[in-house]
Design a protein around this ligand. Structure first.
Ligand SMILES: [Zn+2]
Ligand SMILES: [Zn+2]
Length: 271
């Protein structure tokens, strides 16, 4: 009956031809999703492979991964000639709540368009391929030498406030975690953190204003015990890190042993 399902697919594609979720352009015929096959492939090729079924080549242009000299913990670009891994001024403090931040892409062109279409145009079809890219990156960064055990106990999306969640209908960070679900040894806790109050959107605010905006904005859902747990926070965009830092502060306050973050794209801003 394979021919029947193939025929069904052809009919479906003729009736609902696949379109770019960003610009609406008709897409060439490709195999549907789940295209991460070769682990050795670089991240830029994986972006194109994963997103091709939902984004046209024009909207996928200009994909870049963070490069150059960067802080070993938060990834902010560093000036000067540095030969060894080194930390920025903000990360020098050993008591910093966020141990490290891994960003897949720079928040420009293709990756930025994917994030904006997902978040502001409700294009949820973009979430599974974006989530798979995050998942593969997390898998590679956090497997032990035998390639079995995660050194993460919990995966937690950065929460949206209830009002914003109702307006948007979904939390994009939660949606990105769809690829993480059902993985052995990895717990995704969608409601571990919650917003205590509504905050002004961070876009357009300075670093200082952002920090003030999110200070005390999060809390641990009552009744959750995270003592000694290693937590991976996931979000769509990293700008100054104030939201992630506020979340990490709460997690550390409640006994998490280590908090790291994984984001889809980072905006390079002066700190
Ligand atoms: Zn397009
Ligand atoms: Zn840093």
């Amino acid at each position: 009956m394979q021919w029947l399902s193939a025929l069904g697919l052809i009919v479906r594609r003729l009736v609902f031809p696949p379109r770019c979720r960003v610009c609406g352009e008709l897409l060439p015929w490709t195999r549907a999703g789940g295209m991460i096959a070769d682990e050795a492939e670089d991240l830029v090729s994986q972006f194109h492979g994963e997103l091709a079924p939902v984004m046209c080549a024009f909207c996928r242009r200009g994909v870049e991964v963070p490069s150059g000299q960067r802080c070993a913990a938060c990834g902010v670009p560093l000036l000067g000639d540095i030969s060894e891994p080194c930390l920025c001024g903000h990360c020098m403090d050993p008591a910093r709540p966020l141990a490290r931040v891994t960003a897949l892409f720079l928040h420009d062109d293709g990756p930025a368009m994917a994030v904006r279409a997902l978040k502001y145009k409700n294009k949820r079809a973009l979430a599974p391929p974006m989530g798979r890219l995050l998942f593969v990156r997390a898998l590679r960064a956090h497997l032990d030498a035998e390639g079995k055990r995660w050194d993460i106990d919990l995966v937690v999306p950065v929460p949206l406030h209830g009002k914003r969640l109702r307006q948007r209908g979904f939390n994009q960070a939660s949606l990105l975690l769809c690829a993480f679900e059902d993985e052995a040894g990895l717990r995704v806790c969608h409601r571990l953190l919650r917003r205590r109050r509504e905050t002004t959107p961070q876009a357009g605010l300075t670093r200082k204003a952002r920090l003030k905006n999110v200070k005390g904005a999060f809390e641990l859902t009552p009744g959750r015990d995270i003592k000694g747990k290693r937590v991976l926070l996931v979000d769509d965009v990293f700008t100054t890190g104030s939201t992630l830092t506020a979340c990490a502060t709460i997690l550390k306050k409640h006994g998490a042993s280590e908090v790291c973050a994984l984001v889809f794209a980072r905006r390079d801003m002066a700190r």
